[in-house]
Write a protein that binds this ligand. Sequence first.
Ligand SMILES: Nc1ncnc2c1ncn2[C@@H]1O[C@H](COP(=O)(O)OP(=O)(O)O)[C@@H](O)[C@H]1O
Ligand SMILES: O=P(O)(O)OC[C@H]1O[C@](O)(COP(=O)(O)O)[C@@H](O)[C@@H]1O
Ligand SMILES: [Mg+2]
Length: 342
Amino acid sequence: MSGSIGILTSGGDCPGLNAVIRGAVIKGTRIYERDFVGIRDGWRGLVEDDCIPLKRKRVRGLSGVGGTILGTSRTNPYAGGGPDRVREVMARHGMDAIIAIGGEGTLTAARRLADEGINVVGVPKTIDNDLSATDYTFGFDTATSIATESIDRLRTTAEAHHRCMVVEVMGRHVGWIALHAGLASGAHAILIPEVPTSLDDVAHWVTEAKERGRAPVVVAAEGAVLEGEDSPVARHGLDAFGRPRLGGVADRLAPMLEEATGIETRSMTLGHLQRGGSPTAYDRVLATRFGTAAIDAVNAQKWGTMVALNGIDIVEVDLHRAVTELKTVPRSRYQEAAILFG
Ligand SMILES: Nc1ncnc2c1ncn2[C@@H]1O[C@H](COP(=O)(O)OP(=O)(O)O)[C@@H](O)[C@H]1O
Ligand SMILES: O=P(O)(O)OC[C@H]1O[C@](O)(COP(=O)(O)O)[C@@H](O)[C@@H]1O
Ligand SMILES: [Mg+2]
């Protein structure tokens, strides 16, 4: 193959995206002598023909830079012409392959396009760590580290005031960030979507911690629900794809806990801080390895596959395997953490 390779980043941004782009462009230029086209703002750039040349010089120094130099969006390629339009724009720029860097939504679109004969290779990204078929995604370690540091800080102010603190972290419909940041910071209760918890249990853990002289810390995933509820708090309207934007569980829970325990309680939603800024060393390494492996997959014409982490190895897996179901927190992982609550 001799055409250029298009790269796009789509869905929520994630620390490490630039490191993937850098890894792919450097190896692709140096080893395979290929040219690259940057597709701007995810699938939007393909649908609206918004592309830029992506030379090796453009990616230098990028491994530690947050965000994405290509921009991102939640545009659905099927809402703007689908495979015919994608083929047309690819042909106009001489692209014969696309590297799509995204989460389960982006990779579902990539899988559909690959099924229709478009040359696509996927790279998994998400701070939520909810993608099947890869042990970890880059961005998760950074988000967990930021959340952990924030909870540590919130604990000292809570201690000074003898308060309880409820901290909300991202994760959409899975509880990985909450579980890991909660464990790392020694939280007294962790609420995740996979395990609905009763208000009585949370109040009990909070009271127990308080009675031992601690400032109780509750970490809640944005997708967490209390026992008996069937959908998470989503008070911010819909996203660009028409799905409810999650968030608000900590603000809702804090007064309920204050009422149930009599302990003054504050809430804090960490929000997009968890996605901003420089990736950790772990995420830079994983993202760079994904980028260089993606270009190997393109060179080997492994269309419809995604690069993935399996133990310590980077492997190629079928996109179907990656997007069929969300990787949720197993109950055993929750129970392991719950021993330490209260
Ligand atoms: N089944 C689908 N078919 C086509 N496009 C999809 C599909 N699911 C999601 N997408 C598109 O991919 C975009 C990115 O997905 P999203 O879940 O927002 O981020 P991520 O890729 O990080 O999971 C969505 O906003 C939507 O436009
Ligand atoms: O940036 P937005 O549109 O507010 O979206 C917030 C969502 O994006 C995430 O940060 C990442 O989700 P995706 O990887 O699916 O894009 C979620 O944790 C969160 O629910
Ligand atoms: Mg998603």
